[in-house]
Every structure is written in structure tokens, then in C-alpha cells.
Design a protein around this ligand. Sequence first.
Ligand code: AMP
Ligand code: MN
Ligand code: MN
Ligand code: MN
Length: 290
Amino acid sequence: MFTNSIYDLHTHSTASDGALTPTALVERAASRGIKVMALTDHDCVLGVSEAQAAGEKLGVQVVAGSELSITWNNMQIHIAGLFLDINAPKLVEYLKNQRVRRVERAKAIAEKLERQGIHNAYERTLAMAGENANITRGSYARFIFSIGQAQSTDDAFNSYLRKGKSCYVKTQWPDIATAVSTIKAAGGIAVLAHPKRYLMTNMKLRSLIEDFKAVGGEAMEVSSCSQSPSERDYLAKLSLHYELLASLGSDFHAELSYRDLGRGLALPDEVNPVWKCPQAEAMGIANLGL
Ligand code: AMP
Ligand code: MN
Ligand code: MN
Ligand code: MN
């Protein structure tokens, strides 16, 4: 059955490693019946104003967000901030530092790609992604695929970019407390992104959630694209057990992917949706009939 949620709270644009401009992304959201969309580009909010302007024209409420990379127990974890004041000084400073870190890392990855015979990867990826884009490994994967050096973006990861592969660059991201406190200082809600996508046991995941909760984390993603019903039920139970609000999002990056805006997203009845939080109430998105 085709189900399409009117909420999608995890998406990417050309401000980071998405393929669509913020405007084109919101147009796609509108055409798919989305009423509330959060733009959550990696470690930046550069696309938010454009997306909100497009949303106003098209009847899509755009939540200001960002997906922050953190390091927890030597692993790279993603915490999304939703309902952000994008001009909050602490957030602005945090994102400025993250940009410096990402540029350094992107250049270090390019040096390694150079040794594998892929030339000027930083400049060429930037040209493809957009001059102001925050470059991620996802941006490199799309570039490597586009020049025929990989069969798919997945293959680019498996051949070059994944941990243990030739072009992997270990990076120390901020810690969980810093990320969550920065989100909260910007008036936002911290959401643990795609909890089942990390390569960790359920016991370790619980320990991550406990640490996240202890530093003020308030929500977790419960529903995402192409997820089994049992996985969703498991995450729903965790959200109730840890008294976290439940979010949902496609993590859309590009067309022609199984992840599409709103696709198959739904929260079980028993959870507490993140769109019932005071920030959502203030935006007028708390009661849209769901
Ligand atoms: P980074 O934050 O620079 O380490 O890049 C992480 C991003 O790479 C993720 O947000 C995804 O967009 C992308 N990514 C991760 N794994 C894959 C994969 N197997 N194929 C394509 N893109 C991926
Ligand atoms: Mn990405
Ligand atoms: Mn992510
Ligand atoms: Mn994402």
C-alpha cells in the first residue's frame, strides 16, 4: 500500500549532500502532499531561509533543522536539531567550527583519492555539489559515481570511503553533550537520528540513548523509509521506555532512491509525536488532523 506522511522531518538539500536545491526540495515535498518538512542538512542551516520562503508560497511549513555529526564511543552518530533559531549565537559558532572541520576533512579525503587516481576531487565535488555546500562523504560518493569510478554511491563507499577503506579519514566530531546543549541553546529539540542504522548491538544502542537522554536529548526517530514493521515497533517501545518524543523522516537526498519524501512514514498510535512539543505548537503544526 502507498502511504505518504504529511510530515517529513529529516531531509537534505544542496546546502550539504542533497541533490535538490532547497526550493526544488520543497516543491517536491508539496507535490507529494507533505505539509510539514524539516530541512536537516549536515552541520549547517544554509538552506533553511530559502526553503522557508519556498514553503510559504507552496503551503509547506518548513521546520529549521540541522543534522549534527558527533563522536560517541569512537562511533559517528547523528543528532538532528529541530525548531532551531538559526541565528542563535552558540549555534552559529558551533556550525562555523564544524564547517572548518569539514573542509579540512574533505581536503584530506581528496588527498587520499588523488593517490587512488581520482584527481582534484575536492574542487570537482564542490563544483558538483555547489560552491557553498557542506561537503560530506555522501557528496564524494555521488561525485565518484558520476565519473564512473564506482557502480553506485554505495559502491563508492564500499570501495573508497567506508571505515577501513583507502580514503577513509578518521574525524573527531564534537561530543554528544556539546551537540545537544547547542541545539537547546538555539531553542530546538534534539532528536537521535536513524537509531537502527548504527552498527551496534541493541544493548549499546540503549546505552547511547541513556547518554543522549542524560545530556538533555528529547526525541528519537521511530519511523524511516524501508523499515521493517518489527524495527519500527522496537523503536516505538524504546521511545516510550525512555520517555522520548517520536519523530519520523525519510532522510531524502536525491531522486531515484528508495528514500523519498514522506514515503512509508508513520508513527504507531501509542508514541508521543514530536509535533506535539511546544515549539511545534508555536508554529501551528501540532494539530494537522493526525
Ligand atoms: P559524513 O558525515 O561526511 O561522514 O557523510 C555521511 C553521509 O554519507 C550520510 O549522511 C549519507 O548521506 C552518506 N552515506 C553514508 N553511507 C552511504 C552509502 N553506503 N552510500 C551512499 N551514501 C552514504
Ligand atoms: Mn547525507
Ligand atoms: Mn544521518
Ligand atoms: Mn540525514
